[in-house]
Design a protein around this ligand. Structure first.
Ligand code: FE2
Length: 271
């Protein structure tokens, strides 16, 4: 059952907040302890088809070449909310936003959304084992900011063995001081779990969960994925690609209210 979470922010003029978290406490716990949680068929077939068409239309408009080679193949499309209204609607995607507020705190920002299209008949569509925030040093200083980012992986096509499923190592987001396998590394790791989900499903991962995408096969279909990340509102993070000028998000920057400011990574009252 969804539950209510009340936050008081200390030493701030902002009022207390109350959020309806669109997840069960067990799901929040799974994310915290295992580093991922699966929501099967979170989007209806109609919503999923609309997002799929939107991604295809951005891809066609931008005319990228399909990358082949050994790793990270296919097409990557950046800053999607600026490029198509179907993606801008996900700026206030409550399941992701509320889950982020449950684990990151009340002040959460929505980071630029990326799309990836992987193809069945092209080489190099697998991604090697990786984590997303590669910034943790050893030794870890006392006041080091842990790079906590949540990534909603929204699958717009069925993810099965033929189309190349997701592979994760549960709990690995906590193994911050272990040496990561030298990239590109495609071999099996102990305790890995293969995640297969139907189209319209969302797998939320901690950005530093060990994960990879298994190879596509000629028997599979095109695999379209959206990556919708969240971080604390006051965190500055590197992003990929350039935000288009006069994109669809532009009106959000005009007289934003407090919540929108936070979601755009511009919280008030830090100093
Ligand atoms: Fe990834």
């Amino acid at each position: 059952m969804p539950f209510t979470l009340n936050y008081h922010i200390h030493h701030h003029f902002l009022p207390d907040r109350s959020y309806e978290i669109q997840a069960t406490e067990a799901e929040v716990n799974m994310l915290v302890e295992q580093g991922y949680v699966i929501y099967e068929r979170l989007f209806s077939p109609e919503q999923t088809a609309r997002l799929r068409e939107a991604l295809d239309s951005v891809a066609e408009e931008e005319g990228h070449e399909i990358r082949s080679g050994k790793n990270w193949g296919g097409i990557f499309l950046r800053h999607l909310m600026d490029k198509h209204p179907a993606f801008l609607e996900l700026f206030r995607f409550e399941p992701g936003l509320s889950l982020a507020r449950a684990v990151l705190g009340p002040q959460v920002q929505v980071l630029p959304m990326t799309g990836r299209i992987a193809y069945p008949d092209t080489e190099g569509q697998a991604t090697p084992w990786h984590i997303h925030q590669r910034v943790v040093p050893s030794p870890t200083p006392a006041f080091f900011s842990m790079p906590h980012v949540l990534d909603c992986l929204i699958y717009l096509d069925d993810v099965d063995d033929a189309s190349g499923p997701l592979c994760v190592v549960p709990g690995s987001h906590k193994r911050i001081h272990e040496e990561f396998p030298t990239s590109p590394y495609h071999e099996n790791l102990p305790d890995q779990v293969i995640v297969r989900v139907p189209a319209g499903s969302c797998v939320v991962i901690h950005g530093n969960l060990y994960h990879r995408g298994l190879p596509t096969t000629p028997q599979g279909k095109t695999r379209r994925l959206l990556i919708l990340p969240y971080a604390a509102s006051w965190v500055k993070l590197p992003t990929f690609g350039e935000r288009p000028e006069k994109g669809l998000m532009e009106p959000l920057y005009e007289n934003p209210d407090q919540e929108t400011r936070e979601m755009l990574g511009m919280p008030e009252g830090l100093y």
